[in-house]
Design a protein around this ligand. Structure first.
Ligand SMILES: [Zn+2]
Length: 126
């Protein structure tokens, strides 16, 4: 099995030699392979011959609920898009208000939406 990474912890299999003259394992690579966990802060933890059942359950869960996870992600992306559109819209309104008070460009459509269309009368004579 290749490397597995969960929450920033990498699980990796390695052979280990018990002494300098150890000839165990294929090609004298040493005993094992054994699983080790490499943490984010550089801490290495010996796991053993088998991965903890929780790791397998975690991976199985990722496979079994793949569609559900993808759907949840798509939903979040859609919500983010809606919020971005909302933010852009609110920023347009804010800019229109700033334009009104600073003498800058006035977005009449935005003024109307803000209930301030009375201020756009002067634009008609310009
Ligand atoms: Zn050995």
């Amino acid at each position: 099995m290749s490397d597995i990474t969960i929450n920033g912890v990498r699980f990796h299999q390695q052979h280990r030699k018990c002494c300098r003259t150890c000839t165990h394992g294929p090609g004298g690579m040493g005993h094992g392979p054994y699983w080790y966990a490499f943490g984010i802060v550089g801490k290495t933890t010996y796991i053993g011959k088998e991965l903890p059942a929780l790791v397998a359950e975690h991976l199985d869960g990722l496979v079994a609920r793949k569609d559900e996870l993808a759907a949840k992600r798509a939903e979040l992306v859609q919500q983010l898009d809606q919020l971005r559109t909302q933010v852009q819209h609110l920023d347009t309104l804010r800019r229109a208000l700033d334009g009104l008070t600073d003498g800058g460009f006035i977005d009449t459509k935005a003024l109307k939406e803000l209930g301030l269309e009375a201020f756009s009368k002067v634009l008609k004579i310009l």
